[in-house]
Design a binder for this molecule. Structure first.
Ligand code: G4F
Length: 326
């Protein structure tokens, strides 16, 4: 039987990598999109899977559109990757963040439960739920203490997923993913903001880069590795929750050093710390322990942070170079 996947957030970084992975495995693919603007499909196009996906118009905040999407796609697996995913914006738009990241999860769980309860369900949870961490490495038993409206909203989505699994016996799993990046990352996130700036500075289009808290530490992995973990979770007999991380933490400052030096630049000559870019409450340090994912799923990260950042700088050098030629 052909497997059929419905992916919310298909136009985002993870949606594109997941679509590429599932296409390679022979899945029939359906993607929920809020608007059918051609621009937003650039990631699917870049990975060569644009034509492989049937797009269904809908929105996580519109329950009726989700019923229609599930009825149209008849999915064997649903991956809920759709979100207001930028932590920084969640203070300016806390209610929208909660609508999409919390109520949106209830909506898609309800649509699946009532239309196709046998469908396997993946929820994109986040290491931001750990927030104010007190231990050296976070795993599935670490207490949550979110530090942003985003973190709070994701925690509600996470618990709704656990609750639907326990209440209705749904095959619903939650991946607690630590930061994961790629050349397809949005420019609002710090890694891509840095690698794009490196390319622009190197090519003479920009001279400085303004950043906020450069002492923050994150556990950065490659998105392409992380979507494999999502898929593996839904192939298990039993649904469960898993931390997905590399176990290595790097400061934003060190990340800048690696990215700038790859282009032969010294970050200290270009990076300016701007207090206006500090968050009202930040997460100072995240480092995941993915031992359970390794033991149960056989998953482990393949890409370390320096390789990842260099690939992102290279991709941005090509992109910015093309802009210049155009
Ligand atoms: O790249 P960031 O915006 O990612 P953040 O907030 O950790 O969230 C990302 O990872 C989560 C997983 O843990 C996801 F759930 C979430 O959707 C998103 O993908 O910021 C990383 C760190 C923060 O401490 C931030 O304060 O970098 C610091 N930072 C310093 N200057 C900056 C900047 N972040 C951004 N975006 N822009 C800056 O100029």
């Amino acid at each position: 039987m052909t497997k059929r996947a419905l992916i919310t957030g298909i136009t985002g970084q993870d949606g594109a990598y997941l679509a590429q992975l599932l296409h390679g495995k022979g899945y029939e693919l359906f993607g929920l999109v809020a608007r059918r603007g051609t621009e937003s499909l650039w990631r699917l196009r870049e990975l060569g899977v644009e034509q492989a996906v049937s797009l269904i118009q809908g929105d996580l905040t519109d329950l009726s559109s989700l019923f229609r999407a599930v009825e149209t796609a008849q999915p064997t697996e649903v991956y809920n990757l759709g979100a207001q995913s930028f932590v920084g914006a969640s203070w300016a738009q806390p209610a929208v963040t909660a609508q999409v990241n919390s109520i949106g999860v209830v909506n898609i769980l309800e649509a699946v439960r009532r239309s196709r309860p046998e469908t396997r369900f993946y929820q994109a949870s986040s290491s931001e739920m750990f927030g104010l961490v007190r231990n050296d490495a976070q795993d599935e038993s670490t207490p949550f203490y979110p530090r942003s409206p985003y973190g709070v909203s994701k925690l509600a989505g996470h618990w709704f997923t656990v609750n639907y699994r326990e209440s209705y016996g749904m095959h619903a799993s939650s991946g607690i993913l630590f930061n994961h990046e790629s050349p397809l990352r949005g420019l609002e996130f710090v890694t891509r903001k840095v690698t794009d700036a490196v390319a622009r500075i190197k090519l003479g289009k920009q001279s400085e880069l303004r950043l906020g808290n450069i002492d923050a530490q994150r556990d950065w992995g490659f998105a392409g590795d992380y979507v494999e973990a999502m898929w593996l979770m839904l192939q298990q007999d039993k649904p469960d929750d898993y931390v997905i991380a590399t176990g290595t933490t790097t400061t934003v400052r060190e990340m800048c050093r690696i990215a700038f030096s790859h282009a032969g630049l010294n970050y200290e000559n270009h990076v300016i710390v701007d207090p206006k870019l500090f968050r009202p409450a930040d997460v100072d340090m995240l480092r995941g322990n993915a031992a359970k994912a390794q033991r149960v799923l056989g998953w482990r990260p393949k890409t370390e942070v320096t390789t990842l950042l260099r690939a992102m700088v290279d991709a941005d050098m090509r992109r910015v170079g093309r802009e210049r030629a155009a």
